[in-house]
Design a protein around this ligand. Structure first.
Ligand code: MLC
Ligand code: AMP
Length: 510
């Protein structure tokens, strides 16, 4: 029978093993979910959404703690054909207010403990349906879903229909919602399935948050499209992750997770002997970490590169016949992905030269939600997406990322946009100006340091600035240190020289 349904969930569902009673997910608190459980629960939640008679293309915004049910909510949203909008659990009211106001979701799902303030924001923005979902299977979402049938015909979607919106902060201005289609996500998942050699019997340790590309798409789609079991960790714990390796074959993490596991004496060759693949990405993996991991485990971490707008772009080879895994590089463009290095004049540069990374392919997003001008700015006239990353391709074709043209700090795999933090600091009484720079950090890779100038006649306390930020912003965005200084270094044009500040504070956490 011909199947025209391009819904990503249809492909994932088709990959479920024949034995639906076998284990799909086991959690670190010893819960077990079968494939049948995933099928039934996603059907019930999808039927609940259908009963709400939401308009086509409705956004379902979700800010809940990580749980298997939260993953089911994502899958049910796909299944019902709506658009999933995941939100970091660290976001506070000002951040949530912006996302909900901008995306105008038809449904908001939040943690029971946040219902008071989140529902207020949602109702004010015109959202009609606010449900709760706790990390212990409590909340109105599951209560309501339980009243619906556990069979559901997967909604028919085209490849070009929206599946998810992921907000990424902007260097200037407000966050932009990257619109990803069913086709973007499915094509990328299929490429990775082949490229990373997923095989029947693989078991994935899922230890990442599920509100960003890495944990939500790369990890979950990878396992589901292969019918593979997941060992599900609600929070990353290095000891538990290492202990789980005796029952697993694949691990995915941001570099901080590898750095933390390396501090554990239990990380040995024996502990990792059954593992076939360690994937790292979302932030630069230091060569030192790559080498130390190989010395301790005998295995080379496979580093790959991607972003919210494009899902995965490049990967070091999995199969040795395609080449070795080279630390300090992000490997080759994935099959189907075009990648070029472009100079200031907009012309493609020869191998070895450093320039802006531009990409093309079926994985590249559809544009920024309701921001056609921003979308147009980020694409070239001939359709290449400007990543904002700066890199080079070596003579053997390996891509290295050497910097970023966008003013961005990546801390423990989370993005921090200095312009956003500086904006908040600059609004504080007595502040004349501020600059946030990223400096090396042994655990998070990079962290933010704020440098602030007081208005004439004002006195500022660094601790008070940090405390005021904590009340407004997600915790990972808070500068780890704050300095009040007399002046900021400037170039002849009067622009703050952030490179000099980075240099001044580079050994702060050494
Ligand atoms: C936590 N803290 C951080 C932080 N995470 N500070 C800076 N950067 C971070 N990433 C701070 C908190 O503010 C808090 O400070 C203290 O650390 C303890 O908080 P916690 O929540 O208990 O921390 P912990 O559980 O240890 O979290 C660390 C972590 C987490 C590394 C496990 O940050 C994490 O899961 N990162 C993964 C991010 C990720 O999935 N990125 C993928 C993006 S997708 P205080 O002062 O309040 O006590 C993408 C595309 C691609 O980029 O290519 O994949
Ligand atoms: P996000 O907007 O959260 O999707 O983050 C995407 C950004 O993370 C990219 O534009 C890169 O700057 C960075 N990134 C992702 N993977 C890597 C990697 N392996 N090495 C260096 N930077 C990376």
């Amino acid at each position: 029978m011909k199947n025209d349904n391009q819904n990503l969930f249809a492909a994932l569902r088709a990959a479920f093993p024949a034995d639906l009673d076998s284990i799909a997910v086991e959690t670190d608190d010893e819960l077990v979910y079968s494939w049948r459980d995933l099928d039934r629960a996603t059907a019930m939640i999808a039927n609940l959404f259908a009963s709400l008679e939401l308009p086509e293309g409705s956004r379902i915004a979700v800010q809940v703690e990580k749980s298997v049910e939260a993953m089911m909510l994502y899958l049910a949203t796909l299944r019902a054909g709506y658009v999933f909008l995941p939100l970091n659990t660290a976001y506070q009211s000002a951040e949530i207010e912006y996302f909900i106001g901008n995306a105008e979701p038809a449904v908001v799902v939040c943690s029971p403990r946040n219902f008071g303030w989140v529902s207020k924001i949602a109702f004010q923005a015109g959202t009609r349906n606010v449900f709760t979902l706790g990390d212990d299977r409590t909340g109105s979402l599951l209560e309501r879903a339980a009243q619906h049938p556990d069979r559901h015909e997967i909604a028919v979607r085209r490849s070009d229909d929206l599946a998810a919106i992921l907000y990424t902060s902007g260097t200037t201005g407000r966050s932009k919602g990257a619109m990803l289609t069913h086709g973007n996500l499915l094509s990328n998942a299929q490429v990775l399935k082949d490229y990373w050699g997923w095989t029947p019997g693989d078991v994935l340790i899922h230890a990442l948050p599920i509100f960003h590309v890495h944990g939500l798409f790369v990890a979950i789609h990878g396992a589901l499209l292969n019918g593979s079991r997941m060992i599900w960790m609600a929070r990353f714990d290095p000891k538990k992750a290492i202990a789980a390796m005796s029952r697993a074959t694949v691990f995915m993490g941001v570099p901080t997770l590898y750095v933390r596991m390396l501090t554990e004496p239990t990380l040995t060759r024996t502990a990792t002997i059954g593992m076939r693949l360690f994937v790292a990405g979302s932030a630069p993996l230091l060569l030192e970490t790559f080498n130390e991991w190989r010395d301790r485990t005998g295995q080379a971490i496979l580093e790959r590169y991607g972003m919210s707008e494009t899902v995965m772009l490049t990967s070091n080879p999995y199969d040795p016949k395609d080449g070795e895994r080279r630390g300090g590089t992000v490997g080759f463009p994935l099959p189907g992905v075009g990648l070029r290095i472009v100079g200031d004049a907009g012309r493609e540069l020869p191998r070895g030269e450093i320039g802006g990374i531009q990409v093309k392919g079926p994985n590249v997003f559809k544009g920024y939600w309701r921001m056609p001008e921003k979308t147009a700015e980020e694409f070239t006239a001939d359709g290449w997406f400007k990543t904002g990353d700066v890199g080079r391709i070596d003579e053997r074709g390996y891509v290295s990322i050497v910097g970023r043209s966008k003013d961005l700090i990546i801390s423990g795999g989370y993005n921090v946009y200095p312009a956003e933090i500086e904006g908040f600091i600059n609004e504080m009484p007595g502040v004349a100006e501020s600059a946030l720079v990223g400096v090396p950090h042994p655990d998070f890779g990079e962290v933010g340091v704020a440098v602030v100038i007081a208005k004439p006649g004002s006195t500022l306390e660094p601790e008070a600035i940090v405390a005021a930020l904590k009340a407004r912003l997600a915790n990972f965005k808070i500068p780890k240190r704050c300095f009040v200084v007399d002046e900021l270094p400037r170039n002849t044009m009067g622009k703050v020289q952030k490179n000099l500040l980075r240099d001044r504070y580079k050994d702060l956490f050494a």
